[in-house]
Write a protein that binds this ligand. Structure first.
Ligand SMILES: [Zn+2]
Length: 192
């Protein structure tokens, strides 16, 4: 809920930013880092021998809150979520034609103390950003990725995706299927 996020950050953070930068730049930075609950961004690049997936998600989808974990139960939720993200070949099933194996997984979240997070992450609305790299023997053959994200992330309603390949650029939007269907993989496909 973008408007709520903007309202909450209207305070010290913006006052400090206004002192530091021209208003135009501040507005732009705000826009770039706004997140909408229920929506997740995926950028897929099929490049040489790799398929690289960049994910930008409100932390809320992943753990159910957007701050550092406080209780043991919350710490356990974070631990499990991180393990699930590291096992990314269960979340992202790349077209078998490309013959890919999961390579490096990079997770970034200021609230969870992971990686090198975006320094402009808005206070009170933390993101989790991730880069999942797959090494493939025939990456160019990849025409789809089956996503298990709707099953894994209960609050997720929509995936906005951009795919860049040697054949061209594609934009795709996937909506959460109704009921039990959401537990099934959702196919993100492109090309022919
Ligand atoms: Zn949020």
């Amino acid at each position: 809920m973008k408007h709520i996020r903007l309202r909450r950050t209207t305070g010290l953070a913006i006052a400090a930013a206004l002192l530091a930068a021209a208003p135009f730049l501040t507005a732009q930075a705000q826009q770039q880092h706004a997140h909408v609950h229920g929506q997740l961004k995926l950028d897929v690049a099929v490049d040489g021998p790799t398929v690289v997936i960049d994910m930008e998600s409100p932390l809320d989808h992943i753990v159910g809150f957007e701050r550092a974990p406080k209780t043991d139960a919350e710490k356990k939720i974070v631990e499990d979520a991180v393990a699930q993200l590291r096992a990314a070949d269960k979340l992202f099933i790349v077209d078998p034609a490309a013959n890919c194996k999961l390579g490096p997984v990079d997770l970034r979240s200021g609230a969870l103390g992971l990686g090198n997070p975006d320094p402009n992450e808005p206070v009170g609305h933390a993101d989790l950003d991730a880069t999942f790299s797959f090494n493939c023997t025939n990456a160019a053959a990849a025409k789809f990725i089956d996503l298990n994200l709707f099953g894994a992330f209960k609050g997720l309603r929509q995936i906005d995706s951009q795919i860049a390949t040697a054949q061209g650029q594609f934009k795709r939007q996937l909506k959460r299927p109704a009921g039990a269907q959401a537990a099934q993989p959702a196919r993100l496909s492109w090309g022919k």
